[in-house]
Design a protein around this ligand. Sequence first.
Ligand code: GAR
Length: 210
Amino acid sequence: MASERMRIGVLISGSGTNLQAIIDASAEGRLDADVAVVISNLEDAYGLERARKANVPAVWIDRTDYRTFRAYNEAIRDVLLEYEVDVVAMAGYMRLLGTEVLDAYPDRVVNIHPSLLPAFPGPSGIRDAFEFGVKITGVTIHFANENFDDGPIIAQEAVEVAGDDTIRSLEVRIHEAEHRLYPAVLQLIAEGRVSIVGRKARIEGVSQGR
Ligand code: GAR
């Protein structure tokens, strides 16, 4: 990235605790990037309120205002372009993303998911892993594509499931890991150290399997 600070567009559908972690990291100097705009598909997503409190533009784009999935995604893309977003971060955005957005931001759209992908994709990754009975689950940050929770993996953090865990106690530790990992990965992207080589994401300066 050039000397200007990277501008992140955050897509949400819910409470926005990951958005908050990104905003806080930016304010505290742990992330050399700014949240330029927050877009939600749901009007009552609390993350929109978090954005307003941080003086970040908060935009609700209602799917029902658009006749087609394509037109809806064009509207998202146009807002991202209007706010001169460099990188799109999906943070609990619970819809598929259209090619209209993905094509405007090639290798520049990332997603966070609360499991060790490719295990347990979908809207309830923590619960699905817990109910399956895995001993280790975790968090994945990956480049997004047009499928749910799919694309080259940038970083993962493992979280052990203890014998006395409840879904709630596991959730707390997963969210803690998410709130650490997402700003850290966005910082690597801001430093220009993350790329896609073939099917895999690669972090410059970090040795990893071929
Ligand atoms: C996060 O746990 C995120 O990983 C998950 O939604 C939650 C949003 O929480 N995303 C997915 O499950 C995507 N499949 P937040 O609104 O408090 O950041």
